[in-house]
Design a protein. Structure first.
Length: 285
């Protein structure tokens, strides 16, 4: 089951009664929290990654960018037989990297009527264990400009190659934070942002640049991105005037809806996915 923390607009509802001081989570703290939360985890497919798309889709490997002189391969999926341009979604992987589980979630998004492109921010083989994932994430965090360049070229690919009119972005875990970063790169060009328990941004001036609606999902038992962190984020979004819908789920921890991993919470993941699909349909179709 879920608990609604904030809905903007039209309803303002805060269910947690205490106040917190806004402050951004440092990269070091975030990486430490991620490593701790996934220490005993594995990139095994969760139930989210084994469900079939609503309609048949066609997926393929594509080169969508060149970063630091190296081609970047992603996964593009579209409804089978679809003609003409479609609204598009940039899909950002978890901390494991672009693996088959992310590809299957990209297929599910495509099955809802989108050209969905799963990016590879690591531009490297996906991690097989937590140690490998930590190293990949640390390498990226030490070269954020490369990740931003990667996302800029993903946007350009969908805009120029797929001729997408409206475009959204989604990410889980590590990818949730980078979905937000993608939105900040294109604050008046992307049309919808869905982020799952990603690293928040709490600088009001930065968030105020966002012109698209945002939907966010968090677990009440997440020890990395805590209830206080979510409250800081929602308060900053409110002050920035961002149209934001934030949901927090009791009984769910970090990665409760991940395509990969062993922390899946069926009821929370199902509710979040259904809300995500409705959100994208409202703003992209």
């Amino acid at each position: 089951m879920r608990r609604l923390i904030l809905l903007i607009p039209p309803l303002f509802l805060v269910l947690v009664p205490f106040a917190v001081q806004a402050g951004s989570m440092s990269d070091a703290d975030y990486m430490s929290a991620m490593a701790a939360m996934h220490a005993s985890d594995s990139p095994a497919p969760s139930p989210a990654a084994v469900q079939k798309p609503a309609v048949p889709v066609t997926g393929m490997d594509v080169v969508y960018a060149t970063v630091n002189g190296k081609e970047v391969h992603g996964y593009l999926s579209r409804p089978a037989g679809a003609k003409g341009p479609l609204p598009a979604i940039i899909v950002v992987h978890e901390w494991w990297g672009l693996n088959d589980n992310i590809r299957r979630m990209t297929d599910r998004l495509a099955g809802e009527g989108y050209a969905a492109l799963a990016v590879d921010l690591y531009n490297a083989p996906a991690a097989k264990n937590s140690d490998e994932a930590k190293k990949l994430m640390m390498t990226l965090m030490n070269d954020k400009e490369a990740a931003r360049d990667n996302l800029k070229q993903a946007y350009a690919y969908l805009h120029d190659h797929e001729h997408a009119g409206k475009m959204g972005v989604i990410g889980w875990c590590f990818g949730g934070g980078w979905a937000l970063q993608a939105a900040l790169l294109f604050p008046d060009k992307l049309d919808a942002l869905a982020m799952y328990y990603g690293q928040p941004v709490t600088d009001v001036k930065t968030l105020a640049t966002l012109k698209m609606p945002l939907i966010g999902f968090f677990g009440e038992e997440d020890t990395g991105i805590t209830v206080a962190d979510v409250l800081n984020f929602q308060d900053a979004l409110k002050q920035a005037g961002v149209s934001a819908e934030i949901h927090e789920y009791p009984g769910a921890g970090h990665a409760f809806a991940n395509p990969s991993g062993e922390h899946y919470v069926p009821a929370a993941a199902k509710d979040a996915w259904e809300r995500t699909i409705r959100f994208f349909k409202q703003h992209l179709q």
